[in-house]
Design a protein around this ligand. Structure first.
Ligand code: PLP
Length: 381
């Protein structure tokens, strides 16, 4: 398939479509409770902002080495090694956001006609990136197992084969909030080794967890040489607009992906990388406080929906939950926005029809208001 056809078949981002519709209504003077947002509603911590400002004052405004500044690559490698992952600075590429990291990795690993396996619900951009790279998608549905992977390992085994080039695993998960267990990750490892599959471990929500052990695939025996660990600063440090992420991988993959990066975006802005260094090395309390606030909101929402007789699978991480809605989740979300003025994202955008994704990156008062409006307009009956 040629490149134009590959791009043409990709759907525009459903999350962006909802936000634009919500923004249009807001511009018309409608008070929209926006539960579609994929970014923390917290400020970037002051010590990180100060590090960015200081770096600008020092003149850190020139080109960065294209794989990132050495200090940050080292700090990231140390952080990953401290968690038991087999990475040194030579295995780290600093990127303008985790999204760019994923794009470069997918385009390095996947050729036209290769099979890429996704675990649904899957973050909206995985399918698009794989399709632009020319992949054929195989999707494993985790709805029946309340979004948990462990009980669905048989289904994953049935989906993969020696034709599978890449599997993408995202835990804690956007949109379900599921955190995959150690047994689930070991199951992934067994299949990846058996069928020689490269695995992307998207760990962008790793620090936003309320329960469950976080198991990094790269720490498991046999996975170091076939795992690409993707992470970034957007979520844990409320730095979405700074555009700072990274991936860690075997050196050969870093070299190949490095060509894509150096011939396209270069690395993140130099002063932004200095701010990132401070995020890693500075106080961790702001992240802990943010996670605590998310957990309180999660509990409040779970209880509020339970009062309406709706059992929402309890998220163990990230700041999203999947509300069971009508089979036609797209129609439900459109109506909820137009009639109750509550913005949510249809589960079908993530390969999980029958649900609406709610983000609780909004203050508790607005979240309560969102639930009340949905209830009053009959959307929770
Ligand atoms: N991976 C997942 C699962 C995400 O939800 C997001 C952002 O929403 C990203 C990656 C990209 O994050 P970044 O802001 O670092 O590009």
């Amino acid at each position: 398939m040629n490149y134009t056809d590959r791009v043409t078949r990709v759907e525009p981002s459903a999350t962006l479509a909802v936000s634009s519709l919500a923004a249009e209504l807001t511009a018309e003077g409608v008070d929209v409770v926006d539960l579609s947002v994929g970014e923390p509603d917290f400020e970037t911590p002051e010590h990180i902002k100060a590090a960015g400002r200081d770096a600008i004052t020092r003149g850190e405004t020139h080109y960065s080495p294209s794989k990132g500044i050495p200090e940050l690559r080292e700090a990231i490698a140390e952080d990953l090694a401290a968690q038991g992952m087999p990475y040194g600075p030579e295995n780290v590429m600093v990127t303008p956001g985790a999204k760019q990291a994923l794009f470069e990795v997918v385009h390095t690993v996947v050729e036209d006609g290769d099979e890429v396996v996704l675990l649904d619900p899957a973050w909206v951009s995985y399918a698009a990136m794989a399709e632009i790279a020319g992949a054929d998608l195989t999707r494993v549905d985790l709805r029946e197992t309340d979004f948990q992977l462990e009980p669905a390992l048989d289904a994953l085994e049935a989906a993969v084969s020696s034709d599978t080039e890449l599997l993408i695993v995202n835990s804690p998960n956007n949109p379900s909030g599921a955190v995959y267990s150690r047994a689930a990750m070991e199951g992934v490892r067994d299949l990846a080794v058996k069928y020689d599959i490269t695995v992307i471990a998207d760990e962008i929500y790793e620090q936003i967890r309320y329960a469950g052990e976080h198991v990094s695939l790269a720490t498991l025996d046999g996975m170091g040489e076939r795992t690409v660990t993707v992470n970034g600063f957007s979520k844990a440090y409320a730095m979405t607009g700074w555009r700072l992420g990274y991936f860690a991988a075997p050196e050969g993959l870093i070299e190949q992906a490095g060509k894509i990066q150096s011939h396209s975006v270069s690395s993140a802005a130099t002063f932004v990388q200095h701010a990132g260094l401070q995020a890693l090395e500075g106080p961790s309390e702001p992240t802990a406080e943010m996670v605590e606030a998310f957990e309180d909101r999660r509990d409040m929402l779970i209880e509020a929906f339970a009062e309406h007789g709706i059992d929402v699978p309890t998220p163990e991480g990230a700041f999203y939950m999947m509300l069971p809605v009508d089979d036609d989740d797209e129609a439900w979300c459109t109506a909820a926005l137009e009639e109750a003025h509550v913005a949510t994202v249809p589960g079908s955008a993530f390969g999980a029809p029958g649900y609406a994704r709610l983000s609780y990156a909004a203050d508790e008062r607005r979240l309560r208001e969102g639930v009340d409006r949905l209830a009053e307009a009959g959307f929770l009956d």
